[in-house]
Design a protein around this ligand. Structure first.
Ligand code: IVH
Length: 701
């Protein structure tokens, strides 16, 4: 943006800029203080601040209520009140092998002096990979929530816990007088984010140009420790109770009884918890949990075994900072060591440069891995990764393989530090670190063949225009020959190069006709959101494109309103930024795109080739899938996973990663494994892809 000098601003422009700056700086503050992911350098931040001050100095009557100058620095996270735990929140000792289960039990038997054959039961529970919390109830009312902190002192997260849907604000007893609920009861447990919620959150974050989280645990932590509890509310968190701290009167004699009581009072308890009598039951629990790990809705990192009887627990007490009566049995990490052969830098369709590590192929938890992402330059520096290093690679759930660390004592002498290119490896344009992202971008725009070719691949891909038979290979091939350079060229391909294509090796009339007819099919009608997504505008992912389409409904309205929104003081701009989850960064990318003359021309050209259909809002309440939970498993015959998910979400369904009692439909593809079995066990309705598509297209009545 070119800046008008403050002296030259009209009053109207000043109003608009102050509004822009207030919103912008609030976003930057939030990113910095609450998401630990700065969106601007200190210098850029200061420049905004200075400009805001200067404009306010010249127009003192325009100072806004929410002006950044009125905020006494954004509150940092040490602004959470401190909570002293009256009973310390301790941790668990770990074991890693089956043999150690017997040692753990023998130790307890010896300590208690239990004769052989005397009963000793354990509660086996999943070890949830989240954050522990404490929730204090007085006379059944939730009054204070806290994090674990260092075990002695935590942070007050009362308001944040209240925002979690599963968190009971009042405990309800079946006993009408509530006499079985202790007057003071501190329930402790784990807050976590379901894997499906984690992926949905990351998609949203990415669409907004915000930080994506590395795993569900980080996402849960980042969502819970928010000074603005409304942010916690908007992120889906879950929780289970598994122990207690302070209690005025203990009204249970076993751990199982405690769990059953809080469950009956309405506090969520993990249904996977299981009482085990024999060491072999515990071992069987652990192995079954391991097998089911990937199909659970949430991440776990092992099991926890707890002596069931409370009197035994009391006698066993604590060693150091862990109870003698419980232990964690950790899963072996899905990690492996391998050699890093090279670091390549890929240029994506939006010009972002991503370093990728080429690895000696290695088996990580049953999957061969030969590449890992290194995210960005800062990540390479932070981990001090060098070419030829021996590295630890990790696969966590569905997340792309990552490099955990370098094994420094095995670093070869010739290990070569990597210097991040300052010029685009594809087109040689300057690499810039743009203001809103940690990422570095090639500044070449459409001149950069990598961006152009990636943009074209994206344009025709399944989730975008879905031109059948126009795979990435063909795009690259036609691009290399100069037959397609920009998006619109796709629609002139037949007319200009049809004859050449028919003559190409391995093509012939049939495949050429197929391609041309799929192109024509797309021209006869494309959904507005697909069209918008296909343009490949930075920050405009599928979800955001849908929101925009649902808002503007027609392509004409969209173009007219975006044109009007170029003026930040306009109603159209306010209207755009008021769309749910469209922040000013997303809005700016969109406006910047349409501001560029060549983009406007190209879009106008596209509209002469393609009929863009108006957005038809789905009356979600009427739809048979609205509000239902759907799980996909196996390879679907025609739809990609993302396509299938988008279809389900479009009609108001929720998509979950694993089958549970809450699942309504399981869509079965080829090689559907344990999820299909689970669906049968739970008598959940299954659908073929065809039935699923029919159901998606089919309104009730
Ligand atoms: S019981 C006295 N049960 O593991 C210890 N902890 O390494 C009471 N955790 O800080 C903890 N799942 O955050 C317990 N089912 C479970 C658990 C669990 C996860 C976490 C918890 C604790 C850490 C200890």
């Amino acid at each position: 943006m070119t800046e008008t000098p403050v002296e030259a601003l009209t009053e109207l422009e000043a109003v608009a800029e102050l509004a822009f700056l207030a919103k912008k700086m609030a976003e930057l503050d939030q990113a910095y203080y609450q998401n630990d992911a700065p969106l601007a350098t200190d210098a850029e931040y200061d420049a905004f601040k200075r400009r805001n001050e200067e404009i306010e100095k010249r127009f003192p009557h325009l100072v806004r209520e929410d002006s950044p100058s009125k905020r006494v620095g954004a509150k940092a996270s040490d602004d959470f009140e401190k909570v002293v735990h009256s009973v310390p929140m301790l941790s668990l000792a770990n074991i890693f092998t089956y043999g150690e289960i017997d040692e753990f039990i023998d130790r307890i038997r010896r300590f208690l002096g239990l004769p052989e054959g005397a009963a000793l039961e354990f509660m086996a529970e999943p070890k949830l990979d989240g954050l522990s919390f404490s929730a204090l109830y007085i006379n059944g009312k939730f009054v204070r929530g806290a994090t674990r902190g260092d075990g002695a002192v935590g942070e007050d997260i009362t308001e944040n816990l209240k925002m979690i849907q599963d968190m009971p604000l009042t405990l309800h007893s079946a006993d009408l007088l509530g006499g079985d609920i202790p007057e003071r009861l501190e329930i402790r447990g784990e807050v976590f984010m379901n894997k499906a919620d984690f992926f949905a959150l990351n998609e949203m974050q990415a669409a907004k140009g915000k930080k994506v989280f590395a795993n569900p645990r980080n996402a849960a932590a980042g969502s819970l420790r928010q000074l603005d509890p409304k942010i916690t509310r908007d992120r889906h968190l879950s929780l289970f109770g598994y122990t207690f701290g302070e209690v005025s009167e203990e009204k249970w004699t076993t751990h199982a009884e405690f769990l059953e009581k809080i469950r009956s009072w309405g506090f969520p308890v993990n249904p996977e918890n299981k009482l085990c009598w024999l060491p072999q039951d515990i071992a069987a629990y652990f192995s079954s949990l391991g097998e089911r790990r990937s199909s659970l809705a949430y991440d776990i990192d092992g099991a926890v075994y707890k002596v069931n009887r409370r009197d035994y627990q009391e006698r066993l007490g604590f060693v150091a900072r862990s109870p003698r009566w419980a232990t964690a049995h950790k899963f072996p990490a899905e990690q492996a060591q391998t050699r890093l052969k090279n670091i390549r830098v890929q240029v994506g369709r939006t010009g972002v440069l991503t370093p990728v590590a080429d690895l000696e192929p290695v088996n990580v938890g049953g999957v061969m891995v030969s590449h890992a992402t290194l995210h960005n330059e800062d990540e390479i520096k932070r981990k001090d990764v060098r070419i030829s290093d021996l590295v630890v690679v990790q696969r966590a759930g569905d997340v792309i393989p990552q490099i955990v660390r370098v094994i420094l004592d095995k670093r070869p002498e010739n290990a070569k530090p990597f210097s991040f290119p300052t010029e685009c490896p594809v087109c040689g344009s300057r690499v810039v670190r743009d203001m809103d992202q940690v990422a570095q971008r090639c500044s070449g725009g459409l001149v950069c063949p990598a961006q152009a070719v990636e943009k074209l691949k994206h344009f025709v891909s399944r989730d975008a225009l879905n031109i059948e038979g126009f795979g990435a290979k063909n795009v690259a091939f036609f691009f290399d020959r100069g037959w397609i350079k920009t998006l619109g060229d796709v629609f002139e391909l037949e007319e200009k190069y049809g004859a050449d294509i028919r003559k190409l090796d391995g093509w012939g009339d049939k495949s050429a006709d197929n391609l041309f007819s799929s192109i024509r099919k797309v021209q006869s009608g494309v959904e507005l959101d697909k069209f918008l997504f296909a343009l490949g505008i930075p920050q405009i992912g599928q979800a955001t494109a849908r929101l925009l389409a649902a808002h503007y409904l027609t392509v004409t309205e969209l173009m007219t309103q975006l044109d009007a929104a170029r003026d930040p003081a306009s109603e159209a701009y306010q209207d755009l930024t008021a769309i749910e989850s469209i922040g000013i960064i997303v809005a700016q990318e969109l406006l910047d795109f349409f501001e560029e003359e060549h983009n406007r021309r190209e879009v106008a050209r596209l509209l002469t080739f393609i009929q863009v259909n108006d957005f038809v809002p789905v009356k979600q309440d009427d739809h048979p899938l609205a509000g239902k939970t759907v799980v996909f498993t196996g390879t679907l015959p025609t739809l990609t996973r993302s396509e299938a998910k988008a279809r389900a979400v479009a009609v108001g369904a929720k998509v979950a990663a694993s089958v549970s009692k809450k699942t309504d439909f399981v869509v079965l593809g080829y090689d559907a494994g344990s999820k299909a079995k689970k669906a049968a066990e739970l008598s959940i309705q299954t659908l073929s892809e065809e039935e699923f598509i029919a159901l998606c297209n089919n309104q009730k009545q």
